[in-house]
Design a protein around this ligand. Structure first.
Ligand code: PLP
Length: 430
């Protein structure tokens, strides 16, 4: 494969754009530091780069592209929206229609607000929870990414009752000490943290199915126990469904798993590929937000007609009968195929998969928390990533990310992917 045009453009990118990328996860730093491939167009399950190479895409833009790239129904909606004005700064009927569709799918959204990113959505749920409870601290789970606002850029403490330390320069210690981090799937640590800080804890922030250290499902009863313990303590439960909403069913992970949070944050999928975020939940809590209440949140771009109409079109597409069965069937074919190859080539690897989302970890141990994900073999992943890329398979350049299947992937795409996995494992086992 020739990457010369990608390399040329990336050289220029480094000249003008900080680090050559507009989001750090797009750089190939974690997989050896080559220039990232520069894509020119995308269609369905495929990417085409500036050198004319074709890739089967499993990045799906880190999740949003569940309907595949340039889906005709969504593209038509965006074109139509563009022709009637992209931004009004006044209410539109599209916001109302979309809010109604979301509440029908996710009943806990008694009231909703649209914002522009997952980061904004999570940041605001925390502010609302603090306003409602009149408490300042939050609990989050180690390794879970909730966007880049100060409060959630706090790494794991080593124990359940430890105060967090900032994960990024520029996050004040005073902010970090408001965050307590506990291991995911460890209810005893959560309980200990709640009891230790008791009436200081405004909220617990939960990814109901983890997507940011690979796909990690909650242990049986874990989410219900978090809810019960939090509520007994007067602590609100915030679900970060930025990745999970509409990923595993038509609705939230909360609807699939039967556990109801007080507030939920959204982003990614619901925008049909356009910038979006949303948050919502219990009416009595949401009523604390301006203009009804004293908690401020606003946005020039919020609820813009393009994102609203793209989101509506996306929901119309994935609401079709059979969407999640199809994603699950393709996911299973991929998982079974990779699993057989792991055995055939004796690769120290393990798979976590739920429906159309999968993570391949280079470790023999089943991964249920961040510490285990951290301890997987990054060098082996980097080698695998590069081998796959050279065979036209586009994965996220990080051992912590998922492979996302879209409704435009086919069985033939999975077969082609498995052939590339086989070649890669063969080379890795030499
Ligand atoms: N929450 C989760 C679970 C995410 O995965 C992300 C982004 O990857 C965010 C929040 C932040 O969303 P955004 O990148 O739209 O700001």
């Amino acid at each position: 494969m020739n990457f010369s045009e990608s390399e040329r453009i990336q050289k220029d990118a480094n000249e003008y754009i900080l680090g050559g990328v507009n989001s750090p996860s797009r750089s190939y730093k974690a997989v050896g530091g080559d220039a990232p491939v520069v894509m020119e167009r995308a269609d369905g399950a495929y990417f085409y780069d500036v050198d004319g190479n074709r890739y089967i895409d499993y990045l799906a833009a880190y999740g949003p592209i569940i309907a595949g790239h340039a889906h005709p129904h969504i593209t038509a909606a965006i074109k139509q929206a563009a022709e009637t004005g992209v931004l009004y700064g006044t209410p539109t009927k599209h916001e109302v229609k979309f809010a109604k569709m979301l509440r029908e799918a996710i009943p806990s959204l008694e009231k909703i607000r649209f914002v522009n990113s997952g980061t904004e959505a999570v940041m605001t749920t925390i502010r609302v929870a603090r306003a409602y409870t009149k408490r300042d601290k939050i609990i989050k789970f180690a390794g879970c990414y909730h966007g880049h606002s100060d409060l959630v850029l706090v790494a794991a403490g080593s124990g359940p009752s430890q105060l967090g330390t900032p994960d990024s320069a520029g996050v004040p210690e005073s902010v970090a000490k408001e965050v307590i981090t506990v291991p995911f799937n460890d209810i005893e640590s959560f309980k200990e943290a709640i009891h230790h800080f008791s009436d200081q804890i405004a909220a617990v922030l939960v990814e109901p199915i983890v997507g940011n250290f690979g796909i990690v499902e909650p242990a049986e009863g874990f989410l219900q126990a978090v809810n019960d313990i939090a509520h007994d303590n007067g602590t609100l439960v915030i679900y970060d469904e930025v990745i999970t909403a509409f990923r595993f069913c038509y609705g939230g992970a909360q609807d699939m798993l039967g556990v109801t949070p007080d507030l939920t944050a959204f982003g990614k999928i619901i925008g049909g590929g356009l910038p979006i975020g949303a948050y919502g939940g219990r009416q009595d809590i949401m009523e604390h937000v301006a203009p009804l209440g004293p908690t401020y949140q606003a946005g020039t771009m919020a609820g813009n007609p393009l994102s609203m109409q793209a989101g509506i079109a996306l929901l119309e597409v994935i609401k079709e009968e059979g969407t999640y069965e199809q994603l699950d069937a393709l996911g299973k074919k991929l998982e079974d195929g990779v699993q057989a190859l792991i055995q055939k080539y004796n690769i120290p690897a393990t798979i976590n998969r739920l429906k159309g989302a999968m993570t391949l970890y280079f470790t023999k141990e089943k991964v249920v928390n961040y510490e285990q994900a951290e301890n997987t073999d990054g060098e082996m992943f980097a080698k695998f990533f590069k081998l796959m890329l050279k065979q036209g398979i586009n994965l996220a350049p990080s051992k912590y990310e998922a492979w996302f299947i879209t409704i435009r992937h086919t069985e033939a795409d999975i077969d082609e992917t498995l052939a590339a996995v086989e070649n890669s494992f063969k080379e890795m086992s030499l």
